[in-house]
Design a protein around this ligand. Structure first.
Ligand SMILES: C[S@@+](CC[C@H](N)C(=O)[O-])C[C@H]1O[C@@H](n2cnc3c(N)ncnc32)[C@H](O)[C@@H]1O
Length: 334
């Protein structure tokens, strides 16, 4: 595997994302009014980009196009995708991602008491998305499924916070066997209320233990970006088949020109906006338009928002512009 000057990029990259997502106030609540105030907070929402900054981002990506990963190496990264994530989890186990308590704020649909409330986040134009209502018949199991669960940093808090709900059931799956082993070996793993198993979202088969049309909420957080664009359509098919009518996908992932994208140096680009990190894991950077096109074919788009956040290192006087996308996509009732 070619080495990267910053060998820990992938780790830092995802850690930054997890950490800042962790301390997230809801979208749009903290905006920078005066440039001089920038170092008075750790993070600002709705970070405004100057035209110059946009142009620099475009140029950085154009420069990457000049030095892609050599064609002869590309197949290997695709063939070894699961193995590279296995290595990642073998090294980091569950120490790496912080628990994702921000889920309650951005995705209240995952929590019984708040399920009907919903929070729209902010779309690019500032419009609020409608709350995602999920119909729940009394006594029926409420099935939540996290796909690409990693070490379970969302799965375990979800189960803990829904402990009082006897009908709450959670599936956790990942195509990395090591990630699933880490989840199953966690002392909090409770087979009475949940099941963790290995499954590839791009597989032509649904997982045997999940009935088609039975899942109320699918959580997909920083996972579609790890999948080759040629396989997105199969992933969409599977999401659609798993959900019950009216069920929703809760989505969060990397946005175009995020700091992590602009940081990539030569020999990291696999195809447009799709990269391989130093540890062999892959990452794509989406736009809202792409999400609208991908999900919009069959799902109702309840939210498709961009979260442009300025993260500040007050000590080092550094400004880091992050771009994440957040979406809620519903399988129509009919
Ligand atoms: C960036 S990590 C995110 C982990 C977790 N969702 C979180 O936010 O903490 C991406 C995860 O997606 C998993 N993954 C990548 N491709 C997958 C696929 N085709 N099917 C299932 N899981 C996949 C990886 O193994 C990894 O655990």
């Amino acid at each position: 595997m070619p080495s990267e000057p910053k060998t820990t990029t992938s780790v830092r990259d995802i850690a930054d994302t997890a950490a800042s997502a962790n301390e997230t106030p809801r979208f749009g609540s903290r905006t920078l009014q005066a440039a001089d105030d920038v170092f008075t907070q750790n993070a600002w929402d709705h970070a405004e980009w100057t035209e110059e900054q946009e142009a620099q981002a475009r140029e950085a990506v154009l420069r990457q196009l000049e030095h892609p990963v050599p064609a002869e190496d590309q197949g290997r990264y695709h063939a070894e995708a699961a193995e590279n994530w296995n290595r990642f989890y073998a090294k980091n186990e569950n120490r790496f991602f912080k628990d994702r308590h921000w889920l309650r704020i951005e995705f209240p649909e995952l929590f019984k008491t708040e399920r009907a409330v919903g929070h729209g986040g902010s779309d690019d134009d500032g419009a609020q998305a409608p709350p995602a209502q999920i119909t729940r018949e009394p006594g029926r199991r409420f099935n939540v499924m996290e796909i690409g669960c990693g070490a379970g940093n969302a799965f375990f808090p979800l189960l803990a916070e829904n402990q009082a709900d006897p009908d709450y059931y959670a599936y956790a799956c990942d195509f990395s066997e090591t990630a699933v082993r880490v989840v199953r070996e966690n002392a909090l793993y409770d087979p009475a209320r949940s099941e963790a198993f290995v499954w590839d979202l791009t597989s032509p088969e649904l997982p045997p233990s999940v009935a088609p049309g039975s899942v109320d909420v699918i959580l997909l957080v920083f996972v579609l970006s790890a999948i080759h664009p040629d396989h997105w359509q199969q992933a969409m098919d599977n999401l659609y088949k798993l959900l019950r009518p009216g069920g929703i996908v809760l989505f969060r992932d990397y946005g175009r020109y995020d700091l992590a994208q602009l940081r990539f140096k030569r020999n990291r680009l696999l195809s447009d906006n799709f990269y391989v990190r130093g540890d062999g894991t892959r990452v794509y950077f989406f736009t809202n338009e792409q999400l609208a096109e991908l999900f919009g074919q069959r799902f109702e788009v309840l939210q498709n928002a961009v979260d442009r956040r300025l993260i500040v290192n007050r000590h080092k006087k550094l400004q880091m512009f992050r771009v994440w996308l957040q979406g809620k996509f519903r399988k129509p009732l009919t």
